[in-house]
Design a protein around this ligand. Structure first.
Ligand code: MN
Length: 196
């Protein structure tokens, strides 16, 4: 049985960058729905008692009838569970190691932010934009819907939800404004801790 994780901060903690109502709906409605549908889909199967991490390791050997469940609700649950931790209301610092990877990969932190925004704006429709690490190189990639690159790429450090439910109430169609706001609440300690 999977459960909705408790947020490490209050719904209004990320104001004014991310509004409380958006956070509450995103967490209690959207994320809860992924959890509920995942539980319903796994009920009565041998995967019912597995943790999210165990489930992710058996993606490749899943029977066909569970593949769609994975692509949507299971990854949706996993994406969001980490997404909440990738944000913080506190002022957090990027580690020296991550900073130097960013500089060697993109030239500067500002160049990285610009590239990330450009990539996110080019992600048509719903999906996520992700900062990935491959050995000593960083790359920014787009993925559609809830698809998770865990099977395709080496390691993801940061991901940002681009579905309109993540920003529509405050920013409407202006994804660029949402992205600019998001940088103010990135949990740089958490993201830095994911560097290998
Ligand atoms: Mn979402």
């Amino acid at each position: 049985m999977h459960i909705l994780p408790i947020l490490p901060y209050a719904y209004d903690a990320l104001e004014p960058h991310i509004d409380a109502r958006t956070m509450e709906i995103h967490h209690t409605k959207h994320h809860q729905t992924y959890v509920d549908k995942l539980n319903t889909g796994l009920e009565g199967t041998e995967y019912e008692e597995q943790s999210l991490e165990e489930l992710l390791q058996s993606v490749a050997i899943l029977p066909d009838d569970l593949k769609a469940l994975v692509k949507n609700h299971w990854w949706g649950h996993y994406n969001h569970s980490l997404f909440w931790q990738m944000m913080s209301p506190d002022t957090t610092q990027t580690s020296d190691k991550l900073l130097s990877l960013i500089k060697s990969s993109f030239g500067s932190f500002d160049a990285f932010k610009q590239l990330f925004a450009d990539k996110a704006l080019s992600n048509f429709g719903s999906g996520w934009t992700r900062l990935i690490q491959r050995y000593d190189e960083l790359e920014i990639v787009n993925t559609p819907n809830q698809e998770n690159p865990i099977m395709k790429w080496d390691h993801v450090l940061l991901w940002i939800d681009l579905r309109e439910h993540a920003y529509y109430l405050k920013h409407q169609q202006k994804r660029a404004d949402y992205l600019a706001s998001r940088w103010n609440v990135v949990n740089r300690i958490f993201v830095s801790s994911r560097v290998r």
